[in-house]
Design a protein around this ligand. Structure first.
Ligand code: ZN
Length: 186
């Protein structure tokens, strides 16, 4: 058996143990799916099902990475955030028009203040994002990114979502912690 496959099997087994201890009927409830993937109750559901779970962990991963990489600064206003958890994971080419290829693609995701990611408070965010994106990645970078909104892509399958989530460091960390607390309880 391949190493990756074995690892996934192990993750599945441990997840099973965590679920049995915390969720009475995980398959029967919507919240059961989220708990199965260690999303805290009360978390914001931007998308349904595994797509929502993936967004939850991806958003954390992107915010933390961007915060560390760019001195804690928001792409839109370039002011630092004290902590990445205070910001949002925003789309550089806005999610309404970015297409499926860019919707979950790290190259189109960044850390922003809540207000900078809200057109009501920051109507010129797209222009600011474009200018600052080129400053970070070089002239013409934003134009290349913008052109990618037309690339075709399908939604990932359920199995692909599971792999995508399992490969995120944000999820792996949470998984490790859940595993540790489970061992402590036993
Ligand atoms: Zn900002």
């Amino acid at each position: 058996m391949k190493r990756g496959k074995l690892k996934r099997k192990r993750i599945k087994r441990t997840l099973g143990r965590i679920i049995r201890k915390t969720v009475p009927n995980p398959k029967k409830t919507k919240i059961g799916l989220w708990r199965e993937w260690l999303v805290p109750d009360g978390a914001y559901h931007r998308y349904e099902g595994l797509r929502g779970v993936y967004w939850y962990w991806l958003s954390r991963e992107i915010r933390q990475n961007e915060w560390e990489k760019w001195d804690g600064r928001c792409l839109t206003c370039l002011e630092p955030l004290e902590d990445w958890r205070q910001g949002q994971c925003g789309h550089i080419v806005a999610s309404a028009g970015c297409g499926e290829y860019l919707r979950f693609n790290p190259i189109n995701l960044t850390l922003q203040h809540d207000a900078c990611n809200n057109p009501r408070f920051t109507p010129n965010a797209s222009a600011l994002n474009a200018v600052h994106y080129d400053q970070r990645y070089g002239d013409g970078a934003w134009e290349k990114l913008y052109a990618m909104r037309k690339l075709e892509a399908k939604h990932p399958t359920q199995a692909q979502y599971r792999t995508l989530i399992s490969n995120l460091n944000s999820f792996k960390e949470a998984f490790k912690m859940a595993q540790q607390s489970l061992t402590l309880k036993e």
